[in-house]
Design a protein around this ligand. Structure first.
Ligand code: UD1
Length: 417
């Protein structure tokens, strides 16, 4: 089922539960390697990236089993850090295996990690930080070998709050000799979740939730049971789907405390919101107001992962909006397909898009080229008149458990084909 068919023009109505977070669960699954015992990771989303991570863990000798929505992961049998090739090249988050395996085995051999085709996505910060902890890297064709004779804590200052580099330093630091002080760490909630899991396993980490993390290396770790928080990006996608179609929905379990910048944009789109311990109630205007300016930023700013979806909704906005992408280059790939649906989008330099809102988009054949851009096309299809077919949906299934089911629960006419 690589396509999704949408009969658009239906205002979303009803309630949908938000799945567990992709970006939280992947580094946590990597972190189970440090423990060498059994962990139970609850509220684990059944998405393609999780299945890929399960294959990688199994290729390392781990026993991984589903127990309803929880994953039981036993990493006691891991002895060598040689990572199977297939899943690595397709998934950038497999990069966090580097820090975890260096901590566990002292040596890692893996394919050069890939991920979505957005920008170049270099890994220089990961390598430089781990080098400061005593890791030596060698390129062997397409493979990367990392060896640490003695993994030791260090004082590391990141020049930019990279999410992945922060995760790798944390993972390597937990079993290193001595303390690590990491400054300029990313503030994303997924980093906090990783720290909380590691703390549940016995790790000593101070400064959680700040840009200055101190890890006391060498604590004895044990397995733990941990619930993955809800996915703020999935919640944001469905929120924008509601705004784009002029609907009213309840997003059950949506982590609104982590969505301040997103909710602010939603309100500027003329949407009424009500948050409670159970989730977010959303009442959208028939047509979204133009937002004037959205700029993506590291957390707590507006997330780059929701930029394409916000762009799709702004395309139907009542007026002009300017959207600026500051995190990744090449993240306006969705613009070409949105234009085919009738959106009026003009590039402004390399990183900005001027959106002149149109009253209606029209359904047509479009192609998902990466995860979040693909979700944006599904949202555009919900807003459009007539039928939209989105191909290339394997990208979307990397991060959304069942986007068709979820939008159908909200009354949309959506089928996988
Ligand atoms: C993570 C998220 C991704 C999100 C991104 C930014 C996961 C699995 N993925 O990706 O969904 O869009 O955070 O919030 O959690 N950079 C370098 N050198 C490096 C590392 C990064 O130049 O060594 C650059 C990247 O090219 C990019 C920026 O820094 O321009 C942000 O990257 P980073 O925060 O590392 O994102 P990821 O961890 O890859």
């Amino acid at each position: 089922m690589d396509s999704i068919l949408i009969q658009g023009g239906v205002a979303l109505q009803g309630k949908v539960r938000i799945q567990g977070s992709k970006n939280a669960v992947l580094p946590i699954l990597a972190a189970t390697l440090l423990v060498g015992e059994n962990s139970l990771i609850r509220n684990c989303p059944r998405i393609a990236d999780v299945y890929a991570m399960i294959s990688l863990l199994r290729s390392l000798g781990c026993s991984v089993n589903w127990q309803e929505n929880a994953l039981s992961v036993d990493t006691s049998a891991v002895s060598r850090g040689e990572v199977g090739s297939e899943a690595v090249t397709g998934m950038r988050s497999s990069l966090c295996l580097l820090g975890a395996l260096i901590g566990r085995c002292g040596e890692v051999v893996m394919e050069h990690p890939g991920g979505c085709v957005i920008g170049q996505r270099p890994i220089d910060m990961h390598l430089s930080a781990l080098r400061q902890m005593g890791v030596v890297f060698r390129e062997e064709g397409c493979r990367l070998r990392a060896v640490a004779q003695r993994l030791r804590g260090a004082h590391i200052v990141l020049p930019f709050p990279s999410v992945g580099a922060t995760e790798n330093v944390l993972l390597a630091a937990v079993l290193a000799e001595g303390d690590t002080l990491l400054e300029g760490a990313a503030l994303e909630p997924e980093i906090t979740s990783l720290c909380r899991y590691l703390q549940c396993c016995g790790a000593s980490i101070e400064g959680v939730g700040t840009g200055r993390l101190t890890v006391r290396g060498g604590s004895a770790l044990h397995g733990a049971s941990f619930a993955v928080p809800a996915d703020r990006i999935v919640a944001g996608t469905y929120l924008f789907g509601c705004i784009g179609t002029g609907g009213s929905v309840f997003l059950e379990d949506a982590p609104w405390e982590e969505m301040t910048a997103v909710l602010e944009i939603a309100e500027r789109m003329n949407c009424r919101l009500c948050t409670s311990a159970e989730g977010i109630y959303v009442q959208a205007a028939p047509r979204p107001a133009a937002v004037n300016f959205i700029r993506t930023e590291p957390y707590p700013g507006f997330p780059t992962d929701l930029q394409s979806v916000a762009l799709a909704v702004a395309a139907r906005g009542d007026g002009d909006s300017l959207i600026r992408e500051t995190i990744f280059e090449n993240r306006f790939r969705v613009a070409e397909d949105l234009r085919r649906m009738g959106a009026d989008l003009k590039e402004q330099g390399v990183d900005s898009m001027l959106v002149h809102g149109v009253e209606t988009l029209r359904g047509t054949l479009v192609e998902a080229r990466e995860l979040r851009g693909g979700a944006a096309l599904v949202v555009a299809g919900l807003m459009a008149q007539g039928e939209t077919k989105v191909t290339g949906c394997r990208y979307i299934y990397r991060g959304y458990e069942n986007i068709c089911r979820d939008f159908r629960e909200l009354g949309a006419r959506v089928t996988g084909a």
